[in-house]
Design a protein. Structure first.
Lengths: 81, 207
């Protein structure tokens, strides 16, 4: 018999990051996964979050060239000492 | 203490110790942008943050001989820039960067859930769609990536820095907390809010 109240979707969306980091305690993890079994909306939300993380990881991420040059300049000055 | 460095990290460390410009240049290329975002958590202007990053690199160069490899090289670099920015931020007398943690931001707009008077309060009224049918080349298109970049740029600085370290630089939760001196909970809250906003922007865009 389960005494825990069922999770509402509004609560599930706030647990997604902890779930993906394996940071939920075993009881919460079980409730989270049980909810997903019957809830397409939350399954989609989790899938969207995973896709968001994956696509974010594809971003190009560089300093503007003039700033990189400035850092290299500082390096050369440091090396001359 | 035994060094935990990857081979690539170990080569870069050796390069820095030998004052090799190529090693320095590749580190700036790999981590410079992330370091700038970390600096912006603690100082008020982009210009000051740029100075902080430069100062941090000098700290890296003068400290590299003492680096023992107890963390990954990038965690150490981000920690140095965070510490440099913090002392600069104190000189600037700026308020703590986590003041935004206190407020209670919802990941999803409350009007997408059923209200208290409904049979299933808190359950989806307007559920998200599956993205299984979204073609991969649309998801990874330049326009989609530009939208994500703009959304990240508009995040509060601490959320932006944590998201950058986790999802762009690939640090673990532990590494981010170590680099930024955050509790596990604060690190997760910042990441959660940042990811929720990026997801919401993508959902809106792909609808």
């Amino acid at each position: 018999m389960r005494l825990d109240r069922e999770l509402a979707c509004q609560e599930v969306v706030e647990l997604v990051t902890a779930y993906l980091d394996h940071a939920l305690d075993p009881n919460d993890r079980e409730r989270f996964e049980e909810h997903l079994v019957f809830c397409d909306g939350c399954q989609n939300y989790l899938e969207q979050t995973r896709a968001t993380v994956r696509v974010t990881g594809q971003l190009e991420h560089r300093l503007p060239p003039e700033l990189e040059d400035q850092m290299l300049e500082a390096f050369r000055n440091w090396r001359i000492g | 203490m035994e060094s935990l460095l990857s081979r690539e990290d170990a080569q870069l460390v050796d390069g820095l110790r030998a004052r090799d410009e190529a090693a320095f240049a590749s580190l700036v290329r790999m981590y410079g942008a992330g370091m700038l975002r970390v600096a912006r958590m603690y100082v008020s202007s982009r210009a000051v943050a740029e100075e902080v990053v430069q100062e941090a690199w000098l700290g890296v160069l003068s400290g590299i001989d003492r680096f023992e490899g107890r963390s990954s090289l990038k965690t150490w670099l981000f920690r140095i820039v965070a510490n440099t920015a913090k002392s600069r931020g104190v000189r600037e007398a700026r308020s703590a960067p986590f003041s935004s943690l206190g407020d209670d931001e919802a990941s999803v707009s409350p009007d997408r859930f059923l209200g208290a008077g409904e049979r299933f309060p808190g359950h989806w009224a307007v559920p998200p769609d599956s993205w299984a049918g979204v073609p991969e080349d649309r998801l990874l298109a330049a326009e989609t990536l530009a939208l994500i970049a703009r959304t990240i740029e508009r995040l509060p600085p601490s959320q932006r820095a944590v998201l950058t370290l986790r999802d762009l630089e690939g640090l673990s939760a532990d590494e981010v907390c170590n680099a930024l001196d955050l509790t596990e909970t604060n690190g997760r809250v910042l990441l959660h809010r940042a990811r929720a906003k990026v997801r919401a922007a993508l959902e809106e865009y792909l609808r």
